[in-house]
Design a protein around this ligand. Structure first.
Ligand SMILES: Cc1cc2nc3c(=O)[nH]c(=O)nc-3n(C[C@H](O)[C@H](O)[C@H](O)COP(=O)(O)OP(=O)(O)OC[C@H]3O[C@@H](n4cnc5c(N)ncnc54)[C@H](O)[C@@H]3O)c2cc1C
Length: 581
């Protein structure tokens, strides 16, 4: 087992991870060594597929926008579960980040007068979503990645699958990783770490997220005593293409697209008469599914019910200029020309509001609120609590960039204050070696009677779709939990490929092992939360209950079981009110 030493490890190379790397490199004046680890090619990280844009208040005097209004929209969108101090940080830093990204080369779409263009997005009172056509993630990723290449002290480890966080005496000491290309096992020993491993949309079958978005690192964190917050809040995006699940960005509705049922009716007038198609995602998703359940949807040959996303009235010029990719993907993947026909769409899992429990600055916490020294989390993997029970579209890219920067700067400062890295002590090396044995001897071992990891993934997806979907019920969730516990009892997998090089079977086994535990965190949290709030909707408790449930769920592992505790929501300005759109 090779041992590599770095001052700072960044796990994940999406927008959060890359931004953390550039911030740490700047903040340390290039003095610290930084490694970025990604289980896939860094530039294939899921952030690449972000389409619609990044929220920020850019021209308050011209648009009547304000940081206060952005904060209020976010808090209301979150169904009042967001921590308002964290939201304040988001809205204050987001404009700085848009301008930073512009300086390093992101080609933001402009207005004719040269201003950066901004489009409307769901739940935002004012157009404040900054975009680069409908390929925003691609442009941000390419620019940030090029920026990391300017620093000699940032090393990128592509296709290095992190299997364990090593934490000793409450302090981060490094990670172990399976190098897929070389078929080797490595221990990265470090002073500090930033977890930026993205979300967990692939716990579900019908999802807009990349195949790599599996969330196993959150379960690894749980095993090391780190807590996971608000994981029961899973976002369904209203408009995924039928039947593939590819995202049709909210930009389509932001640019004026309508949602219509099979009677040609703009049904959103019944559910959100003021905001219509631009209500927050939880509301629009439930509206679409209600139309389907009440027989007003279209029926696809795959068996899926859907509604139409109608862009016809926008005209060819606008579609080609502002949302060209949407037209292209509807054509390629559904055989639809959006100029002449509505695009078939239905809700799909898109985002996980919950994640690693952190404080407002991204410091990773245990269930009793202690900082794991030297460890931060940023981006979708983290729950700094700006999205609460429901994220507003375009707030995620801002979050990734803001907390990428903040955690990168803090980690650099921390590293510079520590003594130089010595050699790892025998105890941590022993832990790393044990992990190598677990991965290469136990998991890789050809267990003929065990199930294939991808079969287990399929079963897991089925359970999540059936029991923990957008409409939940106590009795269905109880059944789902029993099924998940049975899956968790699987102790080995049939890894048929015996090679260590690019062993996708082994990678699947590593992923599914973590995914089951993370699914349980969702299930246990959702079952316990006897109310409906944001994306968590219970048929048996259809009302929000602020008296008992205006609090964050904090899950942790104790004696191999998931336990829950709760922390208060930070309210600085806005008391909960009825959420009307
Ligand atoms: C199709 C789509 C479009 C979207 N569009 C928008 C938008 O327009 N605006 C917006 O605000 N939000 C959007 N979102 C949400 C947003 O894109 C994501 O929340 C955001 O990109 C997440 O970035 P991240 O840096 O946290 O993680 P990711 O970009 O998901 O990167 C995660 C990284 O972690 C690495 N990783 C994971 N596990 C391991 C492991 N075990 N070992 C090593 N590495 C690991 C991966 O390799 C990857 O590099 C969209 C989401 C989807 C699905």
């Amino acid at each position: 087992m090779e041992i590599l030493k770095y001052d700072l490890l960044i796990i994940g190379s999406g927008i959060a991870g890359l931004r953390a790397a550039t911030a740490a490199a700047w903040a340390s004046g290039g003095k610290i060594s930084i490694a970025i680890l990604s289980k896939i090619q860094a530039m294939r990280s899921h952030s690449l597929s972000a389409e619609g844009g990044m929220s920020a208040v850019l021209y308050p005097e011209k648009t009547n926008d304000s940081l206060e209004l952005h904060a209020y929209d976010t808090v209301k969108g979150s169904d009042f579960l967001a921590d308002q101090d964290a939201v304040q940080v988001l809205v204050e830093y987001a404009p700085k980040e848009v301008r930073y990204l512009e300086r390093i080369g992101v080609p933001w779409t402009r207005e004719p007068d040269g201003r950066i263009a901004q489009r409307p997005f769901g739940g935002m009172s004012i157009p404040r979503t900054t975009f680069a056509a409908d390929k925003t993630g691609f442009f941000i990723m390419s620019t940030l990645f090029s920026e990391t290449r300017r620093f000699d002290n940032i090393h990128v480890y592509h296709e290095h699958f992190v299997t364990k966080f090593i934490i000793e005496n409450g302090e981060f000491r490094g990670v172990t990783a399976y190098d897929l290309k070389r078929g080797e096992f490595k221990f990265f020993y470090a002073k500090a770490g930033i977890i930026a491993t993205g979300g967990a949309g692939r716990l579900y079958r019908f999802t807009t997220t990349a195949h790599s978005t599996t969330g196993e690192t959150l379960a690894y964190a749980l095993r090391e005593g780190i807590a996971i917050k608000d994981m029961e809040f899973v976002q369904w995006h209203p408009t995924a293409l039928v039947p593939s699940g590819i995202l049709v960005s909210e930009a389509a509705r932001g640019e004026g697209g309508y949602l219509i049922n099979k009677d040609g009716e703009r049904f959103m007038k019944k559910y959100a008469p003021q905001k219509m198609e631009l209500a927050p995602r939880d509301i629009v998703s439930r509206a679409i599914l209600t139309e389907c359940m009440e027989g007003r949807g279209f029926q696809h040959e795959s068996g899926m019910c859907y509604v139409g996303l109608d862009l016809r009235h926008l005209g060819e010029e606008k579609i080609n200029k502002r949302i060209p990719f949407i037209r292209e993907l509807a054509h390629k993947y559904a055989g639809i020309d959006a100029l002449s026909e509505p695009i078939p769409v239905r809700p799909a899992v898109h985002y996980t509001m919950g994640g690693i429990h952190t404080d407002t600055w991204g410091r990773v916490l245990t269930a009793d609120g202690k900082w794991v020294r030297g460890l931060w989390a940023a981006g979708e993997a983290a729950a700094v609590s700006v999205h609460g029970a429901n994220r507003l579209g375009s707030n995620s890219l801002s979050e990734c960039s803001v907390w990428g920067r903040l955690t990168g700067e803090q980690a650099a400062k921390y590293v510079l204050e520590q003594p130089p890295l010595s050699s790892p002590d025998g105890k941590v090396v022993e832990i790393a070696k044990k992990e190598e044995a677990r991965v290469f001897d136990k998991l890789l071992h050809k267990e003929v009677n065990a199930p294939m990891p991808y079969e287990v993934k399929r079963q897991l997806n089925d359970i999540m779709e059936e029991h923990f979907g957008p409409f939940r019920h106590g009795s269905a969730m109880a059944e789902g939990l029993a099924k998940l516990k049975k899956l968790r009892d699987i102790s080995s997998y049939r890894v048929v490929d015996s090679s260590k090089v690019y062993n996708q079977n082994l990678k699947d086994a590593l992923e599914v092992d973590g995914m089951i535990n993370l699914a349980l965190v969702i299930g246990v949290g959702a079952y316990a939360r006897t109310e409906s709030r944001g994306a968590h909707y219970r048929l048996d408790y259809p009302k929000r209950d602020d008296v008992n449930w205006l609090r964050h769920t904090v899950a942790y592992l104790y004696g191999g079981e998931i336990k829950l505790t709760y922390t208060p929501v930070t309210i600085t300005k806005w008391q909960p009110e009825e959420r009307k759109y």
